[in-house]
Design a protein around this ligand. Sequence first.
Ligand code: ADP
Length: 504
Amino acid sequence: MTSNSPTDLDRVRTRHRDLASRLLPGGPLEHYVGGEWIRGTADDTFTSVNPTTGDPLVTVHEGTKTEVDRAVEAAWDAFDDHWWDSTPADRQRLLQQMANRLEREAEKFAQIEVLDNGKPITEARQDIDLAIDHLRYFAGAARNLEGKTVPHGDLHIQTVREPYGVVGQIVPWNFPLLLAVWKLAPALAAGNTVVLKPAEQTPVSLLTYVREIEDILPEGVVNVVTGFGPETGAPLVSHDRVPKIAFTGSTEVGRGVMKAAANTISDITLELGGKSPLVVAPDADPERAAETAVDAMFFNGGECCSAGTRLFVHESTAEEFVPAFLDRVRNLQMGDPLDEATDIGPQVSRAEVEKTLHYVTLARESEARILTGGGTVEEGLLAEGCFVEPTVVADVAVDSPVVQQEIFGPVEVLIEWDDYEAMIAEANDVDYGLAAGVVTNDLSFAHRISRDLKAGNVWVNTFNRLPPGQPFGGYKQSGIGREGAMETLHEYTQTKSVTMAFEE
Ligand code: ADP
């Protein structure tokens, strides 16, 4: 792992400050409502912090129920006034233009994501490319909102898929712009207008993107209100004029969103937590398996709901696999996320560092062994920013919170297995069911385990790959609904049946 001297810290600080002053508008950043930039009535602001240096990045207006109400009203006005009459061609054109604008400034948005979230620039570029691809996918999907006809004697029944009207969307901080686009694109393609709240830790990329596209956005169709969960998110998800809510975040908050939606019988899509198993089969090539396991766990610094955080290694491969895996983990480059060679940047915030270290402490206090990592770094940049060493723990009790709960940081739990049925039972024995993976060349093993794992996504010989068209979502307490695919478009519509009687 890299170590950083104080000089490095100065150099990195200057580099980040220069880039921020070149790319970001001056704060405080305002809400975008009804085609205008507005301040909060209370004029309160909060600061988005650069997690690499700990420096303030930009100040942002903090929304309250008042701004949420204004945004919902603006979104309904737009829906009733003009967006309801938009054709699939109009919506396709808008989404294509949104994709083209993002593509034109792709590097700028990747850099903004690094400044605000701390993810390595190489991964930020993947986020932006994927966001562009999702916009294009849903531009095409907009043309596919078809109904059906049902013959029934003297009745002619036809169905149409209609938009809900105004959709409320809440996104988290781990893939800020990508997940905003995952939500915006299908909602717009289906003909809805949107009120979206980005995460308080990472509002900058979305606000900057909206500035970039405001001349092509029809007034009031996209509205963005920034702020914290309880003050800004809660009034949106409990709003009596928001009939569809889409939320990505923790299972705990998701449960509250579901309760709020019950009051108004609003439809919900929830993409929540995970504690995904990755199974290394008896036949797996140790090097290949090690590479997949590192990607599965440490992509985005472990801040990934689908991360392969429980690594089940067959005991026949463990002797070769474990050293190969630990070697790769120890060789991950931790450092300035703007450096091309960096594999692991900072966690998004101090709070996330504390949360991750809490689980490492729990592991230390039990019988568990820390095989590598397990702490923060004490000097230079790595001490100043929100860095946590990539960590692997073994021999953790199966009922420990380290095995059962989502950590959302770079902490892998290594588990050896020999009996298939016992391994499957343990792999499925968590509240979550978002994703799972297997490394094997044994076709029957791949089929059998794909059927037995209780998860919405199973990856074979790969992990965390999510091209548009592949439905993504969870079993059990990992969520409701699927994103990124044709069925997502349908989740942003409701079916109307029109039944006509023939005249005799
Ligand atoms: P994390 O623990 O990963 O930060 P959260 O579930 O707390 O995830 O946050 C995800 C998103 O949900 C953020 O945009 C956050 O502001 C929002 N949020 C948090 N609490 C609430 C709430 N009570 N109602 C609506 N949104 C919320």
